[in-house]
Design a protein around this ligand. Structure first.
Ligand SMILES: [Mn+2]
Length: 475
């Protein structure tokens, strides 16, 4: 019985392993089918991202252009995608064929077979034939969807278009707004990839909590985080890891990582693994020694309550700006209670401590495309399938009082009177930076917190930190 059920689970496992490939092709095909009626007046020409040299023959890590990846699933450079509505082969790709030189230096490349088999192209051609092929397509078109770039392939295409335009009327339209609007709504396949990126990131947060201790540098904690990325199959990060301790917890986009973490510090970790092009974005803040001080906890509970209030307000039809207002209101009430502001209705005072909009879309880009307002300028209403982050925070750092003076002056307030009231609290909470960020999927009923697996409450964070892991330090 036992071995039969094991065989059965193995069978299910192997079936599950083959399923995503089908889902990927289906998902890609559906995206193109949705896009083409919106770009129906002519062919769409899309160019892959370019590989940039750092020096000699050393390149920066390559990342495909997100729109290109979204439409093709092709993750290599030197590729062009054509969408030809009404054509017998509506999705065509131009790529470099496999060749022994490339195979020897960098490994086997996808080639034409990769474009058809892995991306679902109806036809694939060598990139060397692009100009000849495009001349014909451009000659027959009245409208072309193309957004040029600084890379050599885009410049080549632009020259062909410019030449054609000299001879006759040719309308060039930007395909990106239609693509960005589509990217805002994620299908089940995309959500499964985002969830995977988030699961890996949550595990990294938990591992950082288990291994961190005073005396380590921020970079050691970052290395443990990114070790989990690699171990779990995330090949890259969606954005550079932010691991800031003590005063650096108040620096919003801190990247240096060289400071040694001290007893009594907070450590803020804003991190996101990238999986199959999709990024996570999860922030947790922990006490370096495993226990929040009363003051740290007081600030932490305000931020947590702000995030929870934002969660409760999420449902289809609500806008991101409304969710931010809900978050900001709770932050303001807390700041007033702590003596950090004098008027919880004054946006300029709240902005001294939470100086950004606390929500953004998440997807192929960590700050994903879509915007907060629709084309009519109205707040974009949430719909099932949208994914966004909730990331309220409070930061009391060395520039806070100076910022407070600047904001008070601009608001026409009595600067010195204001500073006098808030200065004791600013000094008391100095070097406390707390941000808590989760990734939410909008559902028909409300939302699903995709990053719920990362310890989040004070009790959860302290409990995870108590499960300390030993690491072999190579001297
Ligand atoms: Mn974020």
């Amino acid at each position: 019985m036992k071995s039969r059920s094991l065989m059965f689970s193995l069978l299910i496992l192997s079936m599950a392993a083959t399923l995503p490939a089908m889902d990927k092709l289906e998902s890609l095909k559906t995206r193109r089918q949705k896009l083409m009626p919106q770009l129906a007046s002519g062919p769409t020409i899309m160019v892959s991202g370019q590989s940039y040299l750092r020096n000699g023959d050393t390149a920066y890590p390559y990342r495909q252009n997100s729109n290109f990846l979204y439409l093709t699933g092709f993750s290599h450079s030197n590729a062009v995608c054509l969408l030809l509505p009404g054509n017998a082969a509506p999705f065509q790709m131009f790529v470099n064929p496999k060749n022994p030189q490339a195979t020897i230096w960098v490994g086997e490349q996808p080639g034409l077979e990769g474009a058809t088999d892995d991306c679902g192209a109806d036809a694939a051609f060598p990139l060397s034939g692009l100009s000849r092929h495009l001349k014909k397509i451009i000659a027959e078109a009245d409208t072309i969807y193309f957004s040029t770039g600084n890379d050599p392939i885009s410049k080549r295409i632009q020259r062909l278009i410019d030449r054609a335009k000299k001879k006759r009327d040719l309308t060039i339209l930007d395909p990106r707004p239609a693509i960005h609007a589509l990217r805002l709504l994620k299908d089940d396949y995309e959500i499964s990839l985002i969830q995977k990126a988030i699961d890996i990131t949550c595990e990294s947060q938990a591992e950082a909590m288990r291994m961190a201790r005073p005396g380590m540098t921020e970079n050691e904690i970052q290395a443990a985080i990114e070790y989990v990325y690699k171990k779990q199959g995330a090949l890259a990060h969606g954005f550079p890891s932010i691991v800031g301790s003590g005063p650096n917890s108040t620096v919003l986009h801190y990247e240096d990582g060289t400071r040694t973490v001290e007893d009594g510090d907070l450590v803020l970790m804003d991190i996101g693994a990238e999986y199959e092009g999709y990024s996570a974005d999860v922030t947790r803040t922990m006490p370096a020694n495993g226990r929040f001080t009363d003051d740290q906890r007081a600030i932490y509970e305000i931020v947590l309550a702000s995030a929870d209030a934002a969660f409760d307000s999420v449902k289809p039809g609500v806008g991101l700006l409304d969710i931010h207002k809900t978050s900001a209101k709770v932050i303001a009430q807390g700041l007033k209670r702590m003596g950090l502001i004098t008027d919880e209705a004054a946006a300029w005072q709240i902005n001294i401590f939470m100086m950004y909009n606390s929500n953004h879309w998440l997807g192929l880009d960590v700050h994903d495309v879509g915007g907060r307002r629709n084309t009519q300028g109205e707040p974009m209403p949430l719909e099932p399938g949208m994914v966004f982050t909730v990331e309220p925070g409070i930061y009391v750092g060395k520039a806070t009082l100076e910022l407070a003076r600047q904001r008070a002056r601009r608001a026409g307030a009595d600067v010195e009177a204001f500073i006098q009231v808030i200065e004791p609290a600013v000094k008391r909470y100095m070097n406390i930076g707390v941000r808590i960020e989760d990734d939410l999927l909008v559902t028909a009923e409300g939302y699903r917190n995709l990053s719920a697996a990362a310890p989040r409450t004070v009790a959860e964070v302290e409990a995870m930190m108590a499960r300390s892991t030993k690491h072999v330090i190579v001297k």
